[in-house]
Design a protein around this ligand. Structure first.
Ligand code: ADP
Ligand code: ZN
Ligand code: ZN
Length: 751
């Protein structure tokens, strides 16, 4: 008897064994989907991992009901990656499967999109087109349509004449359906239904790659040499040093030898510009992948990645973290750009994976190389480079010898005291903006909060409206005149009176991007202002629109959240303003200082990337702050040294590993009870290396109270043993919690 071990889309760890009926034996292979019954009357599609003849220990082994795919949809390295992610991040393979696969229905119902094409009938392939046209002299309308067809195909003498979309012929030639039919009736034209793409393929060319500068060539050679000895190289190049251009050269090498390349970015907004740069050189073999594609589109991308055909298959994929899960068969190189970026880590739901670290694993599975690129690398990666685990290539100058932007620190505390502030703007920022606008140059203003104001308050009694489901203040959104919870989406009308003392005149406190937009319009009434944040980019193409409009200089001032801080390359942008550095620096997290440095360095890096040096104004009430001084000097090394020393002293990553357990319950007393039990259990195993249980900064979300426990695991020992002990402690808790509805989430390497 034969059995198959199957991954089911469940949060339960482990694979499930089913018997293979004899008539399915031929069809069942690793990587195909099958239908099985699990727990009562539930039916699931699962993925077959392996086939064997070991009778499982359990009784009543169920039988596979149906086989859904004729050929495997998942290859061996994908299965290996899923397994690694589930073991490393302590989740089930089923949870990885759910994150990896396009939706079930789109896989089953997937039909290629087809369209009617018109072509010259084959028997006329070698005929003189003028002769055919002449023959239609008595049917001038038909003659007209035929010449329109020839013109639209872009036909040149001696070449083969191509089919074109019927819709194009109808539209462009103003021709009528019955005339086309007359021509097909005569056998001059014929129609056929052909497969077309759902993806909007923008124009693609095959321009030769650009010549590298001397500094770039040296960096390119250094990367290439280091990759001979090491699997991973960190490219630490200042903003606008031309890292992307170096990647393009490395990609070209890989494509030449028939390998696939995965180019990862942390944010969808960034794919807009880079995809155009890549398509210019690599044309149609270049694809993009992110969560904004529809499911049928995702399936088509999936198919094109697994397609070996050098013309239709994708050889180069630009994507965000989920692109790791595409069915690559032949990867030669993975580029993780902006490798320091926190968006590479998935928070919720499981798998809580880090896409940079998982990419390194994926590359290893393909015996491929990884390049991590950043202007401000993560402490983790830089530490690995300093230790010699990774190669390190440094690029210190900007392309074209343009100087890094000049940083001006504007002291908000002093400006308030001297009454020099105009709204939220310091004289330094206003002056820089004024000068730029005078020269028709563009400006970016960064504020890491969306909405109008982070909270509103009663000036009489201090009452602040909070979410009914979460322990957070509601954010005021002026455009829709509502209060919104940024954690659960709860929305309510703006109260006209205080909910406590009923006095009127609630006031707004603090400021988000929406308020900045309002006030900037008052200060610079002639300027064209736009905003880019989660609220203005809900539609699929909104990123492209804003970015293009800014590129075309139809926006003078662009206000935005971290979305505008990374990777974008605008020719005419000379001034960047950071409106409030304080709330970056004061965030209660051991990575807050590292992150603030990275964010400020990144957003500064948008200024002055072409002809001339840019200017950055950072507004802060704490100008002496060490991180601010380091940004002022663009002094990454000293930031790294000091952060690394502190983390070593207080035992934080990368000098230990961390696992965070979040426990949630709708009843606070029950939560305390059970989290204390787990805390004590873990302390017996790990002693002082257990922190908590403690309430996180946001202690309730969507009615669920939350407690967290942090466990620090020694770096030197392999983590599998410790992780196993953690799992066992959680299993013990799950046994005693019985009917109590407790949610437990494990986050390995929390970010
Ligand atoms: P980074 O990725 O390091 O921020 P980019 O690759 O975007 O830098 O380069 C910065 C700017 O310089 C871009 O506008 C890019 O087109 C230009 N550039 C970089 N390298 C070259 C080159 N070798 N030839 C021409 N232009 C270049
Ligand atoms: Zn809420
Ligand atoms: Zn009040």
């Amino acid at each position: 008897m034969w059995f198959a071990d199957i991954i089911l889309p469940l949060a339960v760890r482990g694979r499930f064994t089913y018997r293979i009926p004899d008539d399915f034996l031929e069809k069942i292979k690793p990587g195909v989907r099958v239908t099985v019954q699990f727990g009562g009357k539930n039916f699931y599609s699962g993925i077959v991992c392996n086939i064997h003849d070991k009778t499982p220990a359990v009784k009543n082994v169920k039988t596979i009901i149906d086989v859904l795919d004729a050929i495997p949809i998942i290859n061996e390295s994908q299965l290996k990656l899923w397994l690694w992610i589930s073991e490393y991040y302590l989740c089930s393979e089923g949870e990885v499967m759910k994150a990896a696969l396009p939706s079930e229905t789109s896989l089953n119902s997937y039909k290629p999109r087809t369209e009617t094409f018109i072509r010259l009938s084959e028997k006329y392939n070698d005929s003189d087109l003028n002769l055919i046209l002449d023959r239609l002299v008595r049917a001038p309308k038909q003659q007209e349509v035929l010449s329109a067809y020839i013109r639209l195909t872009g036909y040149t003498e001696g070449a083969e004449i191509k089919p074109i979309r019927k819709s194009l012929l109808l539209k462009e030639a103003g021709s009528l359906q019955n005339i086309i039919e007359a021509l097909t009736g005569k056998g001059i034209l014929s129609s056929a239904s052909l497969e077309v793409t759902r993806l909007t393929d923008s124009d693609s060319y095959n321009e030769p790659v650009r010549k590298l500068s001397e500094a770039q060539s040296l960096a390119y050679e250094s990367v290439t040499n280091q990759l001979k000895e090491k699997d991973i190289v960190l490219l630490h190049g200042v903003t606008s040093s031309g890292k992307t251009e170096i990647y393009i050269h490395l990609i070209e090498e890989q494509l030449k030898i028939g390998k696939q390349v995965l180019y990862m970015l942390p944010e969808i907004a960034l794919t807009t510009q880079i995809i155009l740069r890549l398509k210019k050189h690599f044309g149609g073999v270049t694809g993009v992948y992110h969560s904004r594609f529809s499911d049928p589109e995702k399936v088509e991308i999936w198919k094109r990645v697994s397609n070996d055909d050098p013309l239709n298959g994708y050889r180069l994929i630009l994507g965000v973290r989920s692109s790791l899960f595409l069915p690559f068969s032949n990867l030669g190189l993975i580029i993780v750009d902006e490798e320091h970026d926190g968006s590479y880590k998935q928070h919720d739901p499981a798998p809580r994976y880090h896409a940079r670290d998982s990419a390194i694993m994926l590359a290893a599975l393909h015996k491929a190389k990884t390049i991590l690129g950043s202007a401000s690398p993560s402490i983790e990666s830089y530490n690995n480079a300093v230790n010699g685990k990774y190669g390190l290539t440094v690029l210190k100058e900007r392309y074209g010898f343009i100087k890094l932007p000049a940083i001006i620190i504007a002291n908000t505390r002093e400006a308030y005291r001297k009454k020099l502030m105009v709204s939220h703007f310091t004289p330094e920022l206003l002056q820089a903006m004024d000068e730029a606008l005078g020269k028709d140059e563009q400006i970016i203003l960064f504020q890491n909060r969306r909405g109008f104001s982070p909270y509103i308050e009663c000036p009489e009694c201090g009452w602040i409206p909070v979410c009914i489901q979460c322990a957070v203040n509601l954010t005021y959104h002026k455009g829709i005149s509502k209060l919104v919870c940024h954690y659960c989406g709860y929305t309510t009308t703006m109260p006209s009176k205080c909910g406590n003392c009923h006095s009127t005149g609630m006031v707004t406190r603090g400021f988000g991007t929406e308020k900045i937009e309002d006030e900037i319009k008052i200060v610079f009434p002639a300027a064209r202002v736009a905003r880019m944040d989660q609220d203005t980019t809900k539609n699929k193409n909104s990123f492209n629109k804003i970015i293009r409009t800014f590129e075309e200089r139809r926006i003078d001032i662009l206000i935005g959240t971290q979305m505008i801080s990374k990777g974008l390359d605008f020719e005419n942008l000379t001034v960047v303003g950071v409106l409030n550095a304080d709330n970056l620096l004061n965030y209660p997290d051991f990575r807050a200082h590292e992150r603030s440095y990275q964010l400020m360095e990144q957003v500064s890096g948008r200024a002055g990337r072409r002809q001339k040096q840019g200017k950055v104004v950072i507004q802060t009430s704490d100008p002496a702050n060490r991180i601010i001084r380091q940004v002022l000097r663009h002094d990454y090394e000293s930031m790294f040294r000091i952060q690394a020393e502190e983390r070593m002293t207080f035992n934080y990553p990368p000098f230990c590993r961390m696992v965070k357990i979040s426990i949630k319950h709708k009843d606070r007393a029950q939560l305390n009870y059970y989290s204390d039990i787990l805390g004590r259990d873990l302390k017996e195993i790990f002693g002082k290396r257990v922190l908590g249980p403690q309430s996180p900064v946001i202690s309730q979300v969507q009615l669920w109270y939350i407690k967290t426990i942090l466990i620090k695991i020694e770096r030197e020992k392999p983590p599998a043993k410790a992780k196993q002990l953690i799992i066992e402690a959680i299993e013990r808790l799950e046994k005693i919690k019985r009917a109590s509805s407790l949610k437990i989430a494990i986050d390995v390497d929390p970010y």
